[in-house]
Design a protein. Structure first.
Length: 407
C-alpha cells in the first residue's frame, strides 16, 4: 500500500499537467502555384500540422498566405522540405510556449478583478456578467439560454430596453476555444455600450432604437480547457462515440449543408462536425434561442480570429444569398469606416469567394437564411489567437452603428 499510494498520486498529477509547446514554431508560407500548395497538403498528411490560417488542410490553395504550427520534433524536417522545394517561409513564432506564458503573466493582475486590458478566465467573465447587470439594471439583463456538456451555463446579455418587439442584433464570441480575442471583444463591446449610452449621441440613438443580444463565450467548456489544460484547444469537450478523441467544432455543427464536406467526419480532427446537425448542447441552445426570437433579431454577427475580414454567406457554395446586395453594402460601409478611422484594411465578401475562392464550411453564418431575412456577418478580428498578452482591440462602436443603420 505504501508503494501504490505514491504511484497513484504521481499518475493523478501527471494527468492534469497542462500541455506545453516548448520550442514549437509557427511558420508562414505562400505557395506560388498548385504544385507548391500540394506540397503543403502532402506535408500535412505525414506530419502533425496545426493550421491557423486557413483552419484546415483542404483549404490550402496557391497564392494563399498559410500559417501553421509545427512541433519541435518535426520543425526541422518541415523547414528542410520547404527549402528543398524552394518555398520561401517566415518563422512567425520561434517558441510558442514563451508567447503563451506571456499571456499568463499575472504580475499586474488583481485577483478576482475583471480586466479590459488582459484576457479573463471563465470565472471572471461570469462575475463580470453579474456586475454588468447589477450596475446597469435598466439596460442589461442576463439570460441563461442553456448549459454545456459539462453543465456550465450559457449566458446571453441583453443590452437595451425591455421592449421585446424592438429590432435586435445577436452577437456571439468564443465559438473556438483558443480564440481568446473574440470573448475579450464581446466584453469590451458591452462595456463601451453601457459606458457611452446617454453621453454619446450615436450610441444613445442606437440603443434607443434597438437591442443587442451578446453571448460572451459560446464554447465555455473549451474556453476553460484552453486556460487550464491546452492553450491550443479549439473544439468543445463532448465525448465522441467509438472514439477516444474529444470534442466537436461547434462552428460546423449547425444545420446548414451539414453533410456537404466529407473531410469533417473525423472525430480527431479540429474541424469535426459532430455526429449530426445540432448534436451539441451549445449549438442547440443558441439555435433554439435565435429561432424563438426571429421576429426581433435582424442581424447575427459572430467574431473570430485571426485575420482582417468581414464575411457573409455562403461558405459551402458559390451561390449568393437572397440579400447579397444588402450584405455587401453593409460590409463595404463597415470596412471603409475601419480604414478611415484606424488605417486598417479589411477584406469583405461572401466566404466562399473571399477566402481565396475556395469553399469553406462555415455553418454558423448561413443556418438562418432559408427561414428568415436576417443579415448574417462574420467578423474575423485582426489579431491572432496567441500573440497578444495585452489586449489592444482597435474595433469601435461605429461598426455597430453603420450595420444597424441599414437594417
Amino acid at each position: 500500500m505504501r508503494f501504490i499510494l505514491p504511484v497513484g498520486l504521481i499518475a493523478t498529477t501527471l494527468a492534469i499537467v497542462p500541455v506545453r509547446f516548448d520550442r514549437e514554431k509557427v511558420l508562414r508560407v505562400k505557395p506560388q502555384d498548385e504544385k507548391q500548395a500540394n506540397i503543403i497538403k502532402d506535408l500535412a498528411k505525414t506530419n502533425q500540422l496545426d493550421f491557423w490560417y486557413p483552419d484546415a488542410t483542404h483549404h490550402v490553395a496557391a497564392n494563399m498566405t498559410i500559417d501553421f504550427r509545427v512541433s519541435e520534433k518535426e520543425s526541422q524536417s518541415i523547414q528542410s522540405a520547404l527549402d528543398q522545394n524552394k518555398m520561401h517561409y517566415e518563422i512567425l513564432i520561434h517558441d510558442l510556449q514563451e508567447e503563451i506564458e506571456k499571456q499568463f503573466d499575472v504580475k499586474e493582475d488583481i485577483p478576482g478583478r475583471h480586466s479590459y486590458a488582459k484576457y479573463n478566465n471563465w470565472d471572471k467573465i461570469v462575475a463580470w456578467t453579474e456586475k454588468m447587470v447589477h450596475k446597469h439594471p435598466e439596460m442589461v439583463s442576463r439570460i441563461k439560454i442553456g448549459t454545456t456538456v459539462e453543465d456550465n451555463p450559457l449566458y446571453v446579455l441583453k443590452i437595451g430596453k425591455r421592449d421585446e418587439g424592438r429590432k435586435a442584433i445577436f452577437m456571439d464570441c468564443g465559438i473556438h476555444a483558443r480564440e481568446w480575442i473574440s470573448p475579450a471583444f464581446c466584453q469590451w463591446f458591452v462595456y463601451q455600450v453601457t459606458k457611452t449610452y446617454g453621453k454619446n449621441k450615436i450610441m444613445t440613438k442606437l440603443l434607443d432604437r434597438m437591442n443587442f443580444y451578446v453571448l460572451p463565450v459560446f464554447n465555455v467548456d473549451g474556453y476553460i480547457w484552453s486556460w487550464t489544460r491546452n492553450r491550443m484547444w479549439r473544439k468543445n469537450r463532448s465525448k465522441n462515440q467509438n472514439s477516444k478523441c474529444i470534442g466537436t467544432d461547434l462552428n460546423r455543427n449547425f444545420n446548414a449543408s451539414w453533410n456537404s464536406f466529407l473531410n469533417t467526419k473525423n472525430p480527431c480532427a479540429d474541424i469535426y462536425r459532430g455526429p449530426e446537425p445540432e448534436s451539441e448542447k451549445e449549438t442547440k441552445a443558441v439555435t433554439d434561442f435565435i429561432r424563438s426570437h426571429l421576429k426581433s433579431i435582424k442581424a447575427y454577427i459572430t467574431f473570430h480570429s485571426y485575420s482582417q475580414m468581414l464575411l457573409f454567406p455562403y461558405g459551402y457554395t458559390s451561390k449568393l444569398p437572397p440579400n447579397h446586395k444588402d450584405l455587401a453594402k453593409v460590409a463595404k460601409i463597415g470596412t471603409d469606416v475601419l480604414a478611415t478611422r484606424y488605417e486598417t484594411r479589411y477584406m469583405y465578401g461572401p466566404i466562399a469567394s473571399t477566402i481565396c475562392k475556395f469553399f469553406l464550411l462555415f455553418t454558423v453564418v448561413p443556418f438562418l437564411l432559408p427561414s428568415s431575412h436576417t443579415k448574417l456577418l462574420d467578423l474575423l478580428l485582426s489579431l491572432n489567437p496567441i500573440l497578444f498578452s495585452t489586449l489592444c482591440t482597435t474595433l469601435h462602436f461605429e461598426k455597430e452603428k453603420i450595420k444597424s443603420s441599414h437594417l
